[in-house]
Design a protein around this ligand. Structure first.
Ligand code: FES
Length: 146
């Protein structure tokens, strides 16, 4: 299987690994194909319900996933950092795979959970500030595993 340099780099030196204890949002997504799991923790600044203004100021992740999943989580965390919540809501697995210079076709499914778990964390934040209506508009993880 052929991995790009970028995939290998993010796999060997993953960015933003860990946990945020006082996170403003936490999201987990599991991969139905392989059972792997990923959890993202985010801080939001400024804390508003304006999706164009509220941004991800800090992000960390933990994963029980394959090497491609680790690279995906690392790259997705770098991409989401500093983005507004509406930009994060529009992120797709293809965006992450492209930034990694592609993934082998049988590993494309691994890139789903990165983006979806971040979106789950955004949903969690919106629910916590009482905006279930906005949370419902964000795609997130298709099947809740928690
Ligand atoms: S094989 Fe499970 S996330 Fe990649």
């Amino acid at each position: 299987m052929q991995y790009s340099q970028k995939v290998m780099d993010h796999f060997m030196n993953p960015r933003n690994v860990g946990e945020i204890e006082d996170a403003d949002g936490v999201g987990t997504c599991g991969n139905p194909v392989c059972g792997d799991l990923m959890t993202f923790y985010i801080k939001i600044h400024p804390q508003t319900d304006d999706l164009d203004k509220a941004r991800i100021s800090e992000i960390r992740f933990k994963t029980f996933g394959c090497g491609a999943a680790i690279a995906v989580a690392s790259m997705a965390s770098e991409m989401a950092k500093g983005k507004s919540l509406s930009e994060v809501a529009a992120m797709s697995r293809d965006d992450v795979a492209n930034m990694l210079d592609g993934l082998p076709p049988i590993k494309m499914h691994c890139s789903n959970i990165g983006v979806q778990a971040i979106q789950e964390a955004v949903k969690d934040y919106l629910q916590q500030i009482g905006r279930d209506d906005l949370a419902r508009r964000i795609k997130g993880c298709p099947k809740k595993e928690h």
